[in-house]
Design a protein around this ligand. Structure first.
Ligand code: PLP
Length: 385
């Protein structure tokens, strides 16, 4: 089976991990801060807070921005459930903004229209979580302008998008947002096994997120309430979690980061090759905004018409042919655990149509042109059924 995604682990990666195993610290040693500084430097952010997953990063970003019961958080239905669950962990309500028919990212006109309505009803969101779907950046200048106009905060879920650029800036620099979150799960662009990071240019937010990832505890003398603290002293100043990244993971991440550009370049080359090979197929191919560079976490094609039975038939034929296709994503609002919150079919029709026609084709740096030719042949065969 050719998988839809997979990690690339080099001998240098293995040596970096082994070196930590032989060192004094498996966790809370020098590697985590080194990895944080390296990622922050690479993407142009002031601070990085490394955690054990992007899901944890989204949770502590919401908490640090003050999300709680009675608040509203909006995201896109075309995402992994974690982009919405982070609001629910905080006791807030979640709602969705439908996607654009071409970029498959959150639609800016739909966002504008929903904001106008929400302002009239007095239920504006506290936080918006746009997702750079497949590695293609959302229109962050437009989102940043709306955030200023309507007074909401922005967390970019960039789980797919480390290494992507929006206009002249790198995804992660927080130019148009408060926090940017990356995932280092093995199918993503670079990996730490499990892991994530929250980037921000706001020192106070960075401090709160760093405390929240470790039980809400601080030892920083300037932050302590006690005068003249004893050497063993620390304070829990808020209710936090154990969301820490460990040094073994950070060492792998640091080593992987050196190949970030090569990974993204290879993904773009393979995506362009798919574009050429599939140009005459009866498929809708992904579009890339000319102002952006996608990191191409995913290469998604769509069947030209929404026909659930046909979608499933093509999908099953590809899987039977050894092609590990996937669906990114079933719309989040249709998940059984979201229905009781007031969501139903028909509410976000572009995302629903997308979910009935999209197929994620295999794409990862170690994929060979022979692998890719096999995918294209299998797709040709499946579309003729
Ligand atoms: C993978 C992913 C996450 C969750 O990442 P983890 O590191 O697995 O917690 C969140 N949002 C999106 C869009 C993702 O693709």
């Amino acid at each position: 089976m050719i998988p839809y995604g997979r990690q690339s682990i080099s001998e240098e990666d293995i040596e970096a991990v082994v070196a930590v195993l032989k060192s004094d610290f498996l966790t809370q040693g020098p590697m985590v801060p080194r990895f944080e500084q390296a990622v922050a430097g690479m993407v142009g952010a002031q601070h990085g807070v490394a955690v054990n997953s992007a899901t944890s990063a989204l949770h502590i970003a919401c908490l640090a921005l003050g999300v709680g019961p009675g608040d509203l958080v909006w995201t896109t239905p075309n995402t992994f459930v974690a982009s919405a669950n982070c609001a629910r962990y905080c006791g807030a309500s979640v709602d969705f903004v439908d996607i654009d028919a071409h970029s498959w990212n959150m639609s800016i006109p739909a966002l504008q229209a929903k904001l106008v309505q929400a302002e009239a009803k007095g239920n504006l969101p506290k936080v918006l979580i746009p997702v750079h779907f497949s590695g293609q950046p959302c229109d962050m200048a437009a989102i940043g302008a709306l955030a200023r106009q309507y007074g909401f905060k922005v967390i970019e879920d960039a789980s797919h998008a480390i290494g992507a650029t929006y206009r002249d800036t790198k995804i992660g620099d927080c130019r148009h947002s408060d926090v940017v979150v990356f995932s280092f799960h093995p199918v993503k662009i670079i990996t730490t096994g499990e892991g994530g990071m929250a980037m921000t240019n706001d020192g106070e937010l960075a401090w709160r997120m760093a405390a929240l990832r470790s039980h809400g505890i601080t030892r920083e003398p300037s932050r302590l309430q006690a005068e003249n603290p004893a050497p063993w002293y620390y304070e829990q100043q808020m209710l936090g979690y154990n969301y820490r990244m460990i040094d073994i993971e950070a060492a792998l991440g640091l080593s992987q980061l050196e190949r970030l550009d090569a990974f993204v370049a290879r993904r773009n080359d393979l995506a362009q090759r798919y574009d050429r090979l599939l140009a005459n197929f009866a498929l809708i191919l992904p579009t890339v905004d000319q102002e952006c560079r996608s990191s191409f976490h995913l290469y998604v094609v769509r069947l030209p018409r929404c026909d659930p039975a046909r979608h499933r038939q093509v999908f099953e034929a590809l899987r039977a042919g050894g092609i590990g296709v996937n669906l990114h994503y079933m719309p989040v609002h249709l998940q059984p655990d979201f229905r009781p919150l007031g969501f139903a079919p028909g509410m976000f029709s572009e995302a629903e149509a997308y979910g009935e026609s999209a197929i994620t084709l295999p794409l990862y740096p170690a994929m060979t042109e022979d692998d890719q030719d096999r995918v294209v042949d299998a797709l040709d065969h499946a579309l003729r059924l």
